[in-house]
Design a protein around this ligand. Structure first.
Ligand SMILES: [Mg+2]
Length: 392
């Protein structure tokens, strides 16, 4: 069996271009789907997949680890830059999909079989609608509460909000009070039985991340995400040690060594590895083993397209330290038209039960993808009040 072609199918989904990867083989009808979505890097990803194809055409697609080593180590430059790592991840997911189809088994069975019956999922505030999640005003606590209630009405038992305003490296009490008011309003709206998460998008400095974290600590957040830059491992460790609320991070890490440094420093309690950036299922397995040794939980980052979701769930059914999966459902209204999924989601509680379809259990509708051709992503930029550049 040989790989004959690797295609990219780009689907414009408003805030991001979903980059689907299709690995084709010389066996009639046998191919695999992966996803290598990387916001504002669509053309780079398409090019990177083309570059990697030179290594893989003619190879046996079922030798996944061998091919992973080839993609990561050959061509001299190790595959841990975000573009190459994302391309490798997308191809790796497609190879696991192929292996599952060859074995006639879902990927979670290839990974050792299910360790749980269901997976809990959580939503973004607004279900992933750009304006609700990213643009609710910092001084609009009432809107945060309304959207929180909506998430619960939609069946979720957990949701995430960007309730911490952007700040310069050091600011006084005002921004902290906004964050506190937003979280207080959400907590009062949904009560103590619902889990609330706050994502800082790595905007704060470690000093501001600590201030926000301390102010929110009494609201019992399920986790507190990216309270400072991911590169600042010592900053993350300082905040994690100072709070009762567990710190979560990891969505931007692309190599096992980066996760090792984070875990060794105890920079988090929740690892948000992204299966489309961290090296696919093959490397996610290694990260999971490392996390297990540190008793760090897994809660994958997954705001992308439907192949990312299917892979994150297949991985989760086989991982003991997995606690919850991020999902979006309202980013574009035609999301479910693009994909047929093997798993089922129960509206009450938004829990997922596995399916029995082989591989990742999905089929992508290429005609539907073609109805949403690639476009430039919506530009998102951030500046502080003095005109200097901030993190989005
Ligand atoms: Mg995040």
């Amino acid at each position: 069996m040989k790989i004959t072609k690797i295609e990219t199918h780009v689907c414009h989904a408003r805030m991001r271009n979903w980059v689907f990867i299709k690995v084709l083989t010389d066996q009639p009808g046998l191919y695999g789907w992966g996803e290598a979505t990387l916001e504002w890097h669509t053309r780079s990803i398409v090019g990177a997949v083309e570059d990697i194809s030179d290594l893989l055409i003619g190879e046996d697609p079922t030798r996944i680890e061998y091919l992973w080593q080839m993609m990561f180590r050959q061509h001299f430059w190790h595959g841990s830059g975000i573009v190459r790592a994302t391309a490798i991840s997308g191809i790796d997911l497609a190879l696991w999909d192929i292996l599952g189809k060859v074995a006639n088994m879902p990927v979670h069975k290839l990974l050792g079989g299910p360790v749980r019956d269901t997976i809990r999922t959580y939503s973004h505030l607004g279900g992933g609608k750009l304006e609700d999640f990213y643009e609710t005003g910092r001084d609009d606590a009432r809107r945060f509460a309304e959207l929180a209630q909506k998430a619960v009405d939609d069946g979720f038992t957990a949701f995430k909000a960007m309730a911490v305003p952007e700040t310069m490296p050091l600011e006084g009490l005002r921004a902290v009070r906004y964050a506190e008011a937003n979280v207080k309003a959400m907590r009062e709206a949904v009560g103590d039985d619902i889990d609330i998460m706050v994502d800082c998008h790595a905007r704060p400095s470690p000093a501001m991340g600590l201030k926000f974290g301390k102010a929110l600590d009494d609201y019992g957040l399920y986790f507190y995400e990216e309270p400072c830059w991911p590169e600042s491992v010592e900053g993350l460790a300082m905040i994690n040690a100072a709070l009762t609320t567990p710190v979560a991070t990891g969505e931007r890490l692309t190599s096992l060594d980066q996760f090792r440094q984070l875990f060794d420093a105890r920079g988090c309690e929740v690892c948000q590895l992204d299966i489309t950036h961290c090296g696919g299922i093959s490397n996610a397995n290694r990260v999971a083993a490392l996390a297990e040794a540190h008793r760090i939980s897994l809660a994958p980052h997954n705001p992308q397209g439907p192949v990312s979701t299917a892979a994150s769930l297949e991985f989760g059914f086989a991982q003991p330290s997995y606690i919850i999966c991020e999902t979006v459902h309202a980013d574009v209204p035609w999301r479910s038209d693009v994909v047929s999924e093997g798993f089922t989601v129960e509206k009450e509680g938004r829990i997922v039960r596995p399916g029995n379809r082989p591989g990742l259990g999905i089929e992508i509708d290429e005609d539907e993808v073609a109805r949403h051709p690639p476009e430039k992503e919506m530009v998102q930029r951030s500046f502080y009040s003095d005109g200097s550049v901030g993190d989005w």
